[in-house]
Write a protein of this length. Structure first.
Ligand SMILES: Cc1ncc(C[n+]2csc(CCOP(=O)(O)OP(=O)(O)O)c2C)c(N)n1
Ligand SMILES: [Mg+2]
Length: 288
């Protein structure tokens, strides 16, 4: 048995006071605790990977194996880990700038390949660590440091993109609904295949959307999770712009079972168990 506190670290928390990234952190620790205690995953097999940004600072605050990667590259980093050892449980964390701007190509290919991993996006609709520039999900009209006259581009819809790219688990949660979020994260990690979880996370300093979300989200229930066309339809109920009468679905949009990349590779033999006698010095000398 593990306690939620077993996932704490001694690092100083440098998010802003009251930052809603803390809600994601607690939800993740809660999900890990439940999954370990139910025998679904092993604590020593968990690996988290992060991009760069406020979201990525979660690296310091969860006591599990972790790899701090570079901006937008958390999915290929996770893929490398899964190929080296498919038995590991890999959960990636990035911001909307990280995953939807710099790293957008990786999201498409990660989903398409159905890597057995979970991608959690802290979507605060802003580049927060760099103090407030427009991202692909910033709503039109919102004034940022890089768009002082208001953001002018049509926002992308990451849920639609994840669905059409082939993600086999697609969900959205919000930091305003922590228990629901923890449940979604738990289901996402449990799922075999590419799990995509978008978390709407108001940024108190640079994109405070609390009022835009409060009372405007509704929890999906009774939707047929294997109905792809229905998932596409629900995904279009909100296009990331600001409406007084917005109805923002949260919960699981879609879930299906398909062969994972790792399963396809293993079909050719237990590639990751092959002992290779590699002398690193010799190998490196070859490049001199
Ligand atoms: C290749 C590269 N480009 C730009 C940066 C600068 N940079 C660091 S954090 C960041 C913003 C990250 O925003 P987001 O991914 O939305 O995360 P948030 O801080 O909002 O959680 C940027 C642009 C960088 N570190 N590396
Ligand atoms: Mg952001």
């Amino acid at each position: 048995m593990v306690e939620i506190s077993d996932f704490n670290t001694k690092e100083q928390n440098t998010w802003c006071p009251g930052c809603l990234n803390n809600v994601i952190l607690n939800s993740v620790k809660k999900a890990f605790t439940n999954l370990v205690n139910n025998g679904i995953i092993k604590k020593e097999n968990i690996v988290i990977t992060t991009g760069i940004g406020c979201a990525a600072k979660i690296f310091d605050y969860v006591n599990v194996n972790a790899l701090y990667s570079i901006h937008g590259r958390t999915i290929p980093t996770s893929l490398g880990i899964k190929i080296a050892n498919p038995e590991l449980t890999v959960v990636a964390f990035g911001g909307d700038g990280d995953v939807y701007a710099e790293g957008i190509g990786h999201l498409i290919h990660g989903a398409r390949k159905n890597i057995d991993m979970t991608m959690i996006v802290h979507d605060n609709q802003i580049f927060a660590l760099t103090t407030g520039q427009v991202t692909p999900t910033t709503e039109p009209g919102y004034s940022t440091k890089s768009t002082p006259f208001g953001a002018y581009d049509r926002p992308m819809n990451p849920i639609l993109l994840a669905l059409s790219s082939g993600a086999t688990f697609v969900a959205r949660g919000t930091t305003l609904n922590p228990d629901h979020l923890a449940k979604i994260i738990e289901e996402a990690i449990k799922h075999k295949g590419f799990s995509f979880v978008e978390v709407l996370q108001p940024c108190l300093a640079f994109h405070n959307s609390i009022k835009d979300l409060q009372g405007k989200t509704y929890i999906l229930d009774n939707n047929n999770l294997s109905d792809f066309n229905n998932a596409l339809k629900i995904a279009q109920e909100w296009d990331y712009t600001k409406y007084e009468d917005a109805k923002i679905p949260i919960g699981i949009f879609y879930k299906t079972e398909k062969k994972t990349l790792e399963e396809k590779l293993i079909a050719h033999g237990p590639f990751y168990k092959i002992k290779r006698n590699i002398n690193i010095d010799e190998l490196l000398n070859g490049f001199k």
